[in-house]
Design a protein around this ligand. Structure first.
Ligand code: HEC
Ligand code: HEC
Ligand code: HEC
Ligand code: HEC
Length: 162
């Protein structure tokens, strides 16, 4: 045999390994990649239908207005006018669909209010915030503030310290 091709068998074996590797890759890829992948872009197109099929949990401010107009009116007069009902009361689509049997959970203002109003250096200075331990002295926030119209005249209370 020509000396130049004496060890050519090694090259063929190496090439064979690559060919088999490529075939395995193509086979496994075909088995694992979902059918609808790439139909619209670099994602599984059927994911859209999966997401659309999930139940809607939030009902929107509009939905609450139809039945709780008294609270909507009250809220309009106060600083919480732009805070969505469900930002405090949580997702309530179930209640809207069947208000008779699904009652919203009672809120604990000691937990709720500080979620937005606890003083924090990272918040914009103009946002009203308090150091709750000093501000309320342990009393629940709604002993002094009306949740739906929270600002109040300092003359109305004796205990409040800013
Ligand atoms: C189809 C009418 C309807 C819609 C829409 C509706 N509610 Fe109600 N809601 C009711 C009724 C009826 C009650 C029970 C009233 C009662 O017991 O005084 C209730 C009770 C509540 C309560 C508890 C009241 C309590 O005394 O503890 C809260 C909180 C509440 N709704 C919030 C909401 C919010 C927030 C929305 C919008 C996401 C909403 N509701 C949408 C009819 C409705
Ligand atoms: C800033 C937070 C907050 C927002 C925003 C808010 N609520 Fe409330 N709401 C409360 C708290 C706190 C209570 C008193 C505790 C409880 O009853 O769960 C309450 C009580 C209620 C009650 C019971 C009856 C009453 O007068 O106490 C109803 C009904 C209600 N809210 C409906 C609404 C609706 C409708 C909206 C939107 C238009 C809304 N809430 C927006 C915090 C909020
Ligand atoms: C989801 C966030 C959020 C929650 C929860 C929340 N607030 Fe507010 N609050 C706001 C926003 C937004 C404003 C309006 C800020 C502005 O006008 O710059 C506001 C304004 C206020 C103000 C008016 C301050 C002023 O300048 O007169 C008071 C008081 C207040 N909230 C008390 C409460 C109390 C009490 C609770 C609990 C029942 C509560 N807030 C729960 C977001 C929240
Ligand atoms: C003992 C009564 C009392 C209690 C309890 C109370 N506050 Fe106040 N709060 C006041 C008074 C009085 C003011 C000053 C008048 C105003 O700005 O509305 C005030 C003002 C505020 C302000 C506006 C601060 C600013 O810089 O404009 C926020 C926010 C607030 N309170 C949140 C809360 C939160 C959250 C709780 C519960 C942890 C709470 N308050 C409990 C009486 C009270």
């Amino acid at each position: 045999m020509n000396a130049a091709f004496k060890d050519a068998a090694h090259l063929f074996r190496l090439a064979a390994v690559f060919v088999v590797g490529a075939l395995v890759f193509v086979g496994v890829r075909a088995a694992l990649v979902p059918k609808s992948f790439g139909q619209y872009g670099h994602y599984r197109a059927n994911a859209l239908a999966d997401i659309a099929a999930r139940p809607v949990n939030f009902a929107s401010h509009q939905a609450c207005e139809d039945c709780h107009s008294d609270i909507v009116e009250k809220k309009k007069s106060g600083k919480h006018v732009h805070v969505n009902c469900e930002a405090c009361h949580g997702a309530l689509a179930n209640h809207v669909n069947d208000p008779g049997s699904v009652q919203p959970a009672k809120l604990d203002s000691a937990v709720l209010c500080v979620r937005c109003h606890e003083a924090n250096i990272a918040k914009p200075q103009a946002f009203p915030q308090v150091v709750s331990a000093e501000h309320s002295g342990g009393a629940a926030c709604n002993t002094c503030h009306q949740p739906h119209s929270p600002a109040m005249d300092i003359a109305e209370t004796t205990g409040g310290t800013k």
